[in-house]
Design a protein around this ligand. Sequence first.
Ligand SMILES: NC(=O)c1ccc[n+]([C@@H]2O[C@H](COP(=O)([O-])OP(=O)(O)OC[C@H]3O[C@@H](n4cnc5c(N)ncnc54)[C@H](OP(=O)(O)O)[C@@H]3O)[C@@H](O)[C@H]2O)c1
Length: 284
Amino acid sequence: MADIAVEASEVPAQLPHARVAVLGAGKMGGILLQAFLKQNLFAPAQIHATVAHPERAVALSAQWGVDVTTDNLAAAKDADLILLGVKPFQVPDLIADIKPALTKEKTLLSFAASVKTRAIEDAAGLEIGVIRAMPNTPSALGAGAAALCRGRFVTPAQMELAARIFETVGRTVIVDEKHMDAVTGLSASGPAYIYIIIEALAEAGVKVGLPRDTATQLAAQTTFGAAKMVLDTGYHPALLKDAVTTPAGCTIDGILELEEGGLRVTLIKAVMRATERAKQLAAG
Ligand SMILES: NC(=O)c1ccc[n+]([C@@H]2O[C@H](COP(=O)([O-])OP(=O)(O)OC[C@H]3O[C@@H](n4cnc5c(N)ncnc54)[C@H](OP(=O)(O)O)[C@@H]3O)[C@@H](O)[C@H]2O)c1
């Protein structure tokens, strides 16, 4: 897939003093890094990112205008806030790499699925603040959903900084760590489920005679509008559904098909399966 372009914003620089390392600037790390730059949260000089492949480091450095290398230790030495963005099974090796650079004054912010704050604290071998985040890809457009939880040594100021960072790329909630795998199964994997729903609705539009572009636009805008109704009104989704469902109208016929096809149960099972898988990822 092509890189996801990040939307610009006019928000002024807010964190001029923090030095940030994004270790593992892949899909998610790259989205966050670009969003931070576009939101003017950090200046390019404040950020040092790393990836595994030197040629990718060179390309990304040119693309983003920030220092991108393969040297995790150097990046971590220079940073106050260290984002861990490698695959879950790679986190222990990454912590071992950067251990000499870690001090109690730094903050580790991991967005690797499945990896517990306790495991990161233990690997770091000191009482360092570890925050776990679970963002999702719509962060690229400032429409992300992220959950944060705190490790044992996180100060209120560290948590506030992390929340502020994620609020610039979307909606942020703070949860107990026991909920992080569920968040992974729901909102981190969730965009994929919704894309399938949008794709299916667009196919349906084509089936009933709409041009594909029109059908896709209508399907996506309808999904967006329904989500906005839930978020902005605070009404229960069932109440909003009832408002669309005229007695003996056409919507109730559509709902009948959805219920018969098991959409509701299928979505519940999808989140349950993804949550179960999220529990295993740290083990590789
Ligand atoms: N994708 C999502 O929607 C999403 C959502 C929430 C959380 N996450 C979490 O984000 C993390 C990354 O997922 P992703 O989808 O972004 O995967 P990804 O695109 O494969 O990114 C992983 C990045 O880590 C780099 N890397 C690998 N080993 C490294 C090392 N030793 N030192 C420095 N960098 C290294 C890779 O470098 P190269 O590019 O050179 O290979 C790559 O850029 C995972 O832990 C995942 O659970 C992802």
